[in-house]
Write a protein that binds this ligand. Structure first.
Ligand code: 5GP
Length: 204
């Protein structure tokens, strides 16, 4: 008697959520991780200070500038950026391997340059979703409302966020975050469609 086993192997895929800061991407990423067990958050390496409530090894791996440079030199990072002056962030190759070995899809929260580099490295195995604010004024207002920055730093962040808006044309998909619930539903649909296509045409 012969058995016909059909094993569905999850594809080795990457989903990148990117946006100018103030567009609401972290909230979307956090909610996705809670709801979808097929996704796992890729924990980045960073030199920035740990904020209250953050955990090393959960939100980020917090390291010194020296350690960060050593990891760069050893080739441990797939991409890295100085997102803000003196604050470096990078994606660990070992994180992607860890997540794929758990047969999950790697989910990233990163700046637009990092997203561009991941896309270059992984091509069709990566889906880049750009979360866009409804307009520039809303973006500036959201940054102001955070109230965590000095006036000078806020100005810089607003300017940077406006420049980052131009990345939207390079993303695979753009989701406008006007109403959060609608934006979240759209992001989930985009991911589901991408993974359906990946199952139909697995690259690995
Ligand atoms: P925060 O300091 O607010 O946690 O993050 C600052 C910015 O760095 C955010 O835009 C976040 O998406 C980005 N970021 C976090 N991890 C990485 C990473 O591994 N690579 C890159 N390029 N950017 C990252």
């Amino acid at each position: 008697m012969s058995h016909d086993f059909h094993v569905v192997v999850p594809p080795k895929k990457i989903i990148v959520i990117t946006a100018p800061s103030g567009a609401g991407k972290s909230t979307i990423v956090r909610k996705l991780i809670k709801q979808r067990i097929d996704l796992a958050f890729s924990i980045s390496l960073t030199t920035r200070e740990r904020r209250e409530g953050e955990m090393d090894g959960k939100d980020y791996y917090f390291v010194t500038h020296n350690e960060f440079q050593q990891r760069v030199q050893r080739g441990d990072l797939v991409e890295h950026e100085e997102v803000y002056p003196g604050q470096h962030y990078g994606t660990l190759r070992s994180e992607i391997e860890r997540i794929w070995s758990q047969r999950k899809i790697a989910l990233f929260d990163m700046d637009v340059k990092g997203a561009e580099n991941i896309k270059k490295a992984y091509g069709n195995d990566a889906l880049v979703i750009f979360i866009a604010p409804p307009d520039k004024e809303t973006l500036a207002r959201r940054l102001e409302n955070r109230n965590t920055e000095s006036k000078d730093s806020l100005k810089k962040r607003i300017k940077k966020a406006e420049q980052e808006l131009s990345y939207r044309d390079k993303a695979d998909k753009v989701v406008v975050n006007d109403d959060f619930d609608i934006a979240f539903m759209n992001v989930k649909n985009v991911i589901t469609n991408f993974l359906k296509k990946a199952e139909a045409h697995p690259a690995h």
